[in-house]
Design a protein around this ligand. Structure first.
Ligand SMILES: [Zn+2]
Ligand SMILES: [Zn+2]
Length: 402
């Protein structure tokens, strides 16, 4: 086939695209850098013991959707990390911008794109996302041999400003933000499965705590690489049958209490609940609660439900108590937003509930839930307090009134 484009094919494509309703602008690059929400970079440890698989992955740019648990972590105890990277906003790739056009359609028409790629130079780079059948092409977009677009036959788009020394993905900020919001809307939903396992006595409370701590950390993260690692860690944990996290604190807790206690609690079991709770500083807690979808936010309790958390509160400056959507976790903050915990105010701190304190739709459910919560959480608290130290003080006649 004869060569269709004498001058820069990208320019022509863009002019053709303009006839289809897009702006007729020459692609003058103003390149605004943004955080990538589509790609991450693999970083392996450069140590003696690092295996070949991990070493070979170092520095590769990966499409977030391609990173299943088969890929990362590469094996148990894999010390490789995923790292966030920057992208170039497709909206700023030209002087006037190409807002509303997805990466795939930077060259607007599929037919035109295919024609261009026929005439573009093949490009090979082991660090770009690999997929069977994927071929990369480059197009020089400004004379001078520095600025090139790199396109794949299946619609990926990258850009270099320095003759391929650094390659950035091109991303549409609006589209990525929309995807991110959609993900945040539904991520936590899937863990209803684990909640029901816990409720039915088929999961260790510590296993559920591990998962929810990770889920909340996921919501707090502003970094797609961090989020991906959390997602995959939870997946890997699921595959162990909720038995092994690789972290001694959690793994010991899972072994110690394999399911929610059914009968009255021993003293040791009662104090064990302090390991099961989840705690955040107020600034994080506030951010977390803004990001959680409705129905999954922590609820602030009225004063009657937080009355036993007011021992350390100054007069008329109440501590605020929040309970997680499932009723298991509690957080208490003072009027000046200090998180109350074992160190700061053990008699008022938030405590894990073996009997969730807010569940139940019908009156019967509510009474049953209250009974469970009363027997497993409140009664032991009245007798044993929140910590061993408080309990000993109490026995010695110091401190709290029961
Ligand atoms: Zn390895
Ligand atoms: Zn590794």
């Amino acid at each position: 086939m004869e060569k269709q484009f004498e001058t820069n094919p990208f320019l022509i494509a863009f002019e053709v695209g303009a006839k289809n309703g897009y702006q007729n602008t020459k692609p003058k690059v103003t390149n605004q850098f943004i955080k990538s929400w589509k790609y991450v970079i693999w970083r392996s440890e450069k140590k003696k013991g690092t295996c070949e698989t991990c070493k070979n992955m170092d520095g590769k740019l990966l499409d977030i959707d391609s990173i299943t648990t088969d890929l990362w972590p590469a094996h148990p105890n894999c010390a490789c990390k995923l790292e966030k990277t920057v992208a170039i906003a497709s909206g700023t790739l030209t002087e006037k911008g190409m807002l509303g056009i997805d990466n795939k359609f930077i060259i607007c028409d599929d037919k035109i794109r295919r024609n261009i790629l026929k005439d573009a130079n093949r490009y090979k780079n082991d660090c770009l996302p690999y997929q069977k059948g994927r071929i990369y092409y480059t197009i020089e977009i400004e004379p001078g041999g520095r600025k090139y677009l790199i396109l794949s036959n299946d619609g990926l788009c990258f850009f270099t400003l320095n003759n391929f020394k650094t390659i950035y993905p091109v991303e549409n900020e609006e589209i990525e933000a929309k995807n991110r919001n959609l993900n945040e809307e539904k991520y936590i939903e899937q863990f209803q499965k684990e909640l029901s396992l816990l409720e039915k006595g088929n999961m260790a409370p510590m296993a559920y705590t591990y998962i929810m701590k990770n889920v909340y950390d996921w919501y707090l993260s502003d970094d797609i690489a961090e989020r991906k690692m959390i997602e995959n860690q939870i997946e890997v944990f699921r595959k162990t049958g909720y038995k092994k996290t690789g972290i001694a604190f959690y793994d010991n807790g899972i072994k110690y209490m394999p399911s929610l206690p059914e009968a009255l609690l021993s003293e040791e079991e009662h104090f064990f609940r302090n390991h099961l709770n989840i705690e955040y500083e107020w600034s994080d807690f506030e951010k977390l609660n803004q990001r959680l979808p409705e129905g999954y936010r922590w609820k602030q309790m009225g004063i009657m439900k937080s009355i036993i958390h007011q021992n350390t509160a100054p007069f008329w400056k109440w501590n605020r108590k929040y309970v997680s959507f499932d009723g298991y976790f509690e957080a208490v903050y003072s009027y000046d937003n200090q998180s109350l915990n074992e160190e700061t105010a053990s008699e008022d701190m938030g405590t894990y509930n073996y009997g969730p304190s807010t569940s139940g739709k019908s009156l019967f459910d509510m009474l049953f839930a209250y009974k469970e919560h009363y027997l497993k959480d409140m009664l032991p608290y009245f007798y044993k307090k929140n910590t061993k130290k408080d309990y000993e003080d109490f026995l010695n006649g110091k401190g709290l009134i029961p």
